[in-house]
Write a protein that binds this ligand. Sequence first.
Ligand code: C5P
Length: 232
Amino acid sequence: MGKDVIVACDFSSADQVFEFLDKFEGKKPFIKIGMELFYAEGPAIVRELKKRGHKIFLDLKLHDIPNTVKKAMAVLADLGVDMCNVHAAGTVKMMEAAREGLKNDDGTGPLLIAVTQLTSTDQERMEKDLLIKEDMDKVVMHYAKNAKEAGLDGVVCSPHESSEVHDACGGEFLTVTPGVRFADGDVGDQVRVMTPAQAKKAGSDYIVVGRPITAAADPVAAYERCIREFVD
Ligand code: C5P
């Protein structure tokens, strides 16, 4: 599995995405489409970006009853996305259903990864709102193991958790990590960050990078810097 940089295209319209991606000329970065863009533009934006030659991580974080998730995933597989995700909190059974729904007739399908606990959920909220009394770290590793048991390809996690996830679930189990910032860049609202080079050392398989690229004066140079630090 080759390491890659996934650019989070957190824009609210197709026009903004095209204007951004046109700057890359011949290059075709792996891009992440989230809820905002997908709900604004629908499946057409996925088809168009696939047609333009991009790999796509469709970040919709499905969480529903197994049958509904399975059927929704079959629709996403038909769109030709390369990676998509679910909430591990939906249970092993739901993740197994998601996996089944994503399989093409020949057994191939997009990579499927799980969100463990959202980074916006801290220990206190987990205990008070969700009545989960274990340590956050234990919960995250338990959800990662559930994802592995359900046949998923990996998890979204902090680069700080990559090596522990690999220890618990094996080196082949993918860690897809946001929270990446350049050493000389703005941290913004991310709390525990790593540079692309540090994320590489920590064993992350993919880094998801948004504003350090999308808000850069020269987005293409920022993307190339990520590739140099993380992939090359
Ligand atoms: O702009 P920035 O680099 O912070 O963007 C990171 C991307 O990764 C955003 O699309 C954000 O929603 C997503 N993400 C995250 N933390 C998580 C899961 C997803 O920052 N735990």
